[in-house]
Design a protein around this ligand. Structure first.
Ligand code: NAD
Length: 341
C-alpha cells in the first residue's frame, strides 16, 4: 500500500516537494493546494496534479477557468499525511485541521519547533523519528549545517562549531523582499538563531552562528569552523565528505568557479530548475590544523530540503528502517548524483 501524501502550499518548496513525492514508488501524491489562480495553479494542473483550494476561494478559481478537484479540507481528509509548505508560521494555524482528520504532518523550517513532535534532518536523527506523528524539516541553512556536522560527527566526533552564514536576501521570484542595497545584520545581536535550530536536532552540540543577508537570490554561503574530537588529516576529511551522501565536493580550481553565480550556472546547464539538493562543499577551501577544520559551503535554499521531506514521510510511516536505506531510495528516485562532473 502506497502512503497517500498531499502538499499544502505550492510555492518554492511545495512545488519541488510535490514533484519529488510523485517520483517515489512507496508514495502517491493526492494533490496540492493553491490560494490564487496564478501561474503556479496553471503549473500544477499542467503537471497533472489534483488541485485543491480553500473553500472560500473556489469561486475565483471557477471564474478564472482553472479546474479544481476540491477544497483543502477534502484534500486533507483523503490523505495519510500532509506536507505543510505554507509560508512560515502559517502551518501551525492548519494543525487543528490535520488533527481533525488524524493525518500525520511534515512541517517546514519556517515554523517554530513546537509545531511538531521533533525537528528532523535525515543524516542526523532519522531513526529517532520513526513512527512519530509529526516532524519539522529544519530550514535550508540548518539542513546545510547539519549535513556537514553529522557527516563529520560520524567519522571524527565534533566538539564545537562556529559558523558565519551569508544568506541570500530573497528567493529569485520574490519581488517584494530585500535587501537590495545593503548588508543586513540578520540579526544584529549574536548569536543568530541558526545554531539554536541545529541544536533542536543535535541537542548537546556546542555551536554558535552569526548571519548577514545580502542582495542576491541564488544561494547561501557558510564559512564554517569546526573543532573535531580528534586530530585529522585533510585527506581523511576529504574522504569522509566524498563518501557521504547529499554532499558535492566542488573543486573551484578544476571547474574555474569562484562564485555562487557560476555554481548556479553549472546547475542551469545540468539540472531541472537549476536545483542543487546536495550541499556544495568547496573542496579547495578545506583547511585543517590539528583538530580544527575550516571550509566554505554553499546551500541552494530552494531545493536542499526536498529529499529530507521525502525521508520524513518514510520515517513517520516506518517505510525504511535506517537513514541509509531512505537516502538510497529517495536519491535514486530523484536521480541525485552528488557531483556535477
Ligand atoms: P512560498 O511563499 O514560496 O510558498 C507558500 C505557498 O503557500 C504560496 O504559494 C502561498 O500562496 C501558499 N499559501 C498561503 N496560504 C495558503 C493557504 N491557506 N492554503 C494553501 N496555500 C497557501 O514559501 P516557501 O519559500 O515555499 O516556504 C514554505 C516553508 O518552507 C516556510 O516554512 C519556509 O520557511 C520553508 N523554507 C523555505 C525555503 C526557501 O528558501 N524558500 C527553504 C527552506 C525552508
Amino acid at each position: 500500500m502506497k502512503v497517500k501524501v498531499s502538499v499544502n502550499g505550492y510555492g518554492t518548496i511545495g512545488k519541488r516537494v510535490a514533484d519529488a513525492i510523485a517520483k517515489q514508488d512507496d508514495m502517491v501524491l493526492v494533490g496540492v493546494s493553491k490560494t490564487k489562480p496564478d501561474y503556479g495553479a496553471y503549473l500544477a494542473v499542467s503537471k497533472g496534479h489534483d488541485l485543491y483550494v480553500p473553500k472560500e476561494k473556489t469561486g475565483i478559481f471557477e471564474e478564472a477557468g482553472v479546474p479544481i478537484t476540491g477544497t483543502v479540507e477534502e484534500m486533507v481528509e483523503k490523505s495519510d499525511i500532509v506536507i505543510d509548505a505554507l509560508p512560515g508560521k502559517k502551518g501551525i494555524e492548519m494543525k487543528p485541521l490535520y488533527e481533525k482528520y488524524n493525518v500525520k504532518q511534515v512541517f517546514q523550517g519556517g515554523e517554530k519547533p513546537v509545531v511538531a513532535d521533533a525537528s528532523f534532518s535525515t543524516l542526523c536523527n532519522y531513526e529517532e523519528t520513526l513512527g512519530l506523528n509529526s516532524v519539522r524539516v529544519v530550514s535550508c541553512n540548518t539542513t546545510g549545517l547539519l549535513r556537514l556536522i553529522c557527516t563529520l560527527k560520524r567519522s571524527f566526533g565534533v566538539r564545537k562549531v562556529r559558523a558565519t552564514l551569508v544568506r541570500r536576501g530573497a528567493d529569485p521570484r520574490e519581488v517584494k523582499k530585500g535587501p537590495i542595497n545593503a548588508i543586513l545584520l540578520n540579526p544584529p545581536t549574536l548569536p543568530s538563531h541558526h545554531g539554536g535550530d541545529v541544536k533542536t536536532v543535535v541537542k548537546d552540540l556546542d555551536i554558535m552562528t552569526s548571519a548577514v543577508a545580502v542582495p542576491t537570490t541564488l544561494m547561501h554561503v557558510h564559512s564554517v569552523l569546526v573543532e573535531l574530537e580528534e586530530r585529522v588529516s585533510k585527506d581523511a576529511v576529504l574522504n569522509a565528505l566524498e563518501e557521504a551522501p547529499r554532499i558535492i565536493l566542488l573543486n573551484t580550481n578544476k571547474l574555474g568557479v569562484k562564485s555562487t553565480a557560476e555554481i548556479i550556472e553549472i546547475a542551469r546547464d545540468l539540472r531541472h530548475r537549476n536545483d542543487i539538493p546536495e550541499l556544495v562543499v568547496v573542496e579547495d577551501s578545506i583547511t585543517v590544523s590539528g583538530k580544527e577544520l575550516m571550509l566554505f559551503q554553499a546551500v541552494h535554499q530552494e531545493s536542499i530540503v526536498v529529499p529530507e521531506n521525502v525521508d520524513a514521510v518514510r520515517a513517520l510511516f516506518k517505510l525504511a528502517d535506517t537513514w541509509t536505506e531512505t537516502v538510497g531510495r529517495t536519491d535514486k528516485n530523484l536521480g541525485l548524483t552528488y557531483k556535477f562532473y
